[in-house]
Design a protein around this ligand. Sequence first.
Ligand SMILES: Nc1nc2c(ncn2[C@@H]2O[C@H](COP(=O)(O)OP(=O)(O)OP(=O)(O)O)[C@@H](O)[C@H]2O)c(=O)[nH]1
Ligand SMILES: [Mg+2]
Length: 229
Amino acid sequence: MATKQTGRPHVSVVIPTLNEAPNMNELLLGIKKQLGGQNHEIIVVDGGSRDGTVKIARRFGARIFYDNNGKGAALIKGLHAARGEILVSMDADLSHRPDEMKLLVDGIEIGYDLCMGSRFIAGGGTDDMPLTRVIGNKFFVWLVNALFGANYSDLCYGYRSFRKQALHRMRLEEHGFGIETEISIKAIKSGLKVMEVPSREKKRAAGEAKLRTFKDGYAILETILKNIA
Ligand SMILES: Nc1nc2c(ncn2[C@@H]2O[C@H](COP(=O)(O)OP(=O)(O)OP(=O)(O)O)[C@@H](O)[C@H]2O)c(=O)[nH]1
Ligand SMILES: [Mg+2]
């Protein structure tokens, strides 16, 4: 299943995982189908799964890293380990559709530093957001736009692409679910060229959600306040 590739990858897909075994085959097959034609790598940063997640990732030739400090810490580790020119961040629970990846990759190729999937622009959508999260996300979008002079339509969504050189300018440090918010804010503060592209989020396919709406919502608020200075 693993294909040997030589030379620097064009695209690196970075996936934080925590007990996602039932989703891994379909996810990795989908990514391979999209990127099979070009030099790429898949990086899985696992938080200590006990269900065989890593074993499946290995079968697909993914580079494996370990980090048990939270989703954000895992993502940062994976992004910095990536060797590609274009980095794509993606969840493992099949919420993010591999067939939308081309849009994210194209965005960097045409000159943007950061492309962010948005569920709230024409062509986007979500099957995975209870009302509390819709309200929380809307409030945080409004707050970030007001405080940082941004024009975002979405915030707490992890399907994104980055130009590798631009990544270093953000100096990311959020360990938890505040990571997407930190990226959105630091992109503005670092003067990155940012674009939103539509994304249709699916419901988590199998396994347990790790995000806790109120606890992690509070962490997102803390991330916003911390970055005002
Ligand atoms: N390495 C690592 N990965 C994590 C951790 N927590 C979550 N993840 C992964 O991060 C991704 C997003 O987590 P989810 O639980 O799907 O969070 P969410 O999409 O905001 O929440 P749901 O909509 O309820 O699924 C998934 O691929 C998880 O496996 C963690 O502590 N460490
Ligand atoms: Mg999810």
